[in-house]
Design a protein around this ligand. Structure first.
Ligand SMILES: Cc1ncc(COP(=O)(O)O)c(C=O)c1O
Length: 345
């Protein structure tokens, strides 16, 4: 079945644009496993510099960035502290216990942003019979927290607590560049607080595939071992890395448009009877809303929207999420809001 014309399901649904495809077609390539692919090397160097880290490794997905980072940081029986909505807990097929042999400990928050006191409470005392608290992991922006940006002072506070307890700090940067563009805080400034962090190329940045994980040279050496072990090492991967280089050079500043579009869309749909915005603020490109007052559940609204060539995902019984991105303009969002109005009225 072809994708709907107006696809607000996810920013992962962006398609490479003609100039991005051109850059891919013209990429210089080599054997990535042997560090002989100049385009992959360039992408890794650019990302390491952007995030203020010594080194970086190109991986097939953001999920693999999280999983390999945890695998490097953890010993069997360790514990990773994250928000209860965090991607590794909910959408990585049980990766932390399966791959890092580590369990997760969830902090409950509304926006995916916890406090230093909550981290202190979550950290285990150093006793033989309890798991060892080993990694603190945060998502910036928070996905299920409405695309909310972690304030840099809060990051400094929570990561300082983790560090005091000998833990590693990890950032899931699936939408880090959205946070950077909107907050004006540089990626390097965020990066200072983390032992490992990554950014996704295949979301708002518009690439077809890939994530780049960064950290110290020693951390990346170890990450490479696990990349190899999991079969994630590639050959002439410059073809796809070229999309990443293109995206970092051309698609970052424009994320601000996605944020403006999301805010305009949220204002419009807030006027539709039966639609309630879930979060007070729409800071970046995610708009969550509740449809319980329409008399329909989210799956029904989502199905009915498809008949209007619009896709908005059901994220719970009554919760829906619309995501703005590179392939969506303001006019299409007006059409999507009209379709939603018709479906629920
Ligand atoms: C917050 C967050 N982390 C990680 C991921 C995983 O990224 P990928 O789809 O590249 O594996 C996603 C994807 O939706 C995400 O939203």
């Amino acid at each position: 079945m072809p994708a709907p014309r107006i696809d607000l399901y996810s920013d992962t649904n962006t398609k490479p644009t003609p100039p991005m495809r051109q850059a891919m077609a013209e990429a210089e390539v080599g054997d990535e496993q042997n560090f002989e692919d100049p385009t992959v090397n360039k992408l890794c160097a650019m990302t390491a510099a952007l995030l203020g880290q010594e080194a970086a490794v190109f991986l097939p997905s953001g999920t693999m960035c999280n999983q390999i980072a945890f695998r490097v940081h953890c010993q069997p029986g360790d514990e990773i502290i994250l928000d209860y909505t965090a991607h590794p807990i909910n959408a990585e097929a049980g990766g932390p216990p399966a791959i890092a042999l580590a369990q997760t400990r969830a902090i409950h928050t509304e926006l995916g942003i916890f406090t230093a006191d909550q981290v202190r409470e979550a950290i285990r005392p150093p006793r033989r019979h309890v798991p060892r608290s080993r990694v603190l992991s945060i998502e910036n922006t928070t996905n299920a927290g409405g695309g909310t940006i972690w304030p840099i002072e809060d990051i400094a506070a929570v990561t300082a607590v983790a560090r005091e307890h000998g833990m590693a700090n990890h950032m899931d940067g699936a939408r880090l560049m959205n946070a950077v563009v909107e907050s004006g805080t540089s990626a390097q400034e965020y990066g200072k607080h983390f032992d490992s962090l990554w950014l996704d190329l295949s979301k708002g940045l518009g690439c077809p595939v890939g994530g780049v994980l960064a950290g110290s040279a020693d951390f990346i050496d170890q990450a490479w071992r696990f990349k190899q072990q999991m079969g994630g090492a590639m050959r002439q991967a410059g073809i796809i890395a070229a999309a990443g280089v293109y995206a970092l050079e051309n698609n970052v500043a424009r994320l601000a448009e996605d944020h403006e579009n999301a805010r305009a869309f949220s204002r419009t749909i807030a006027q539709i009877p039966g639609i309630k915005l879930i979060f007070d603020r729409c800071e970046t490109n995610l708009v969550f809303f509740d449809v319980s007052d329409t008399g329909m559940d989210a799956a029904t609204v989502s199905d009915k929207l498809l008949a209007h060539d619009v896709r908005i995902g059901a994220m719970g019984p009554y919760r829906m999420r619309a995501v703005t991105h590179l392939d969506i303009d303001a006019g299409q969002l007006e059409e999507a809001a009209d379709a939603l109005r018709k479906v629920v009225s």
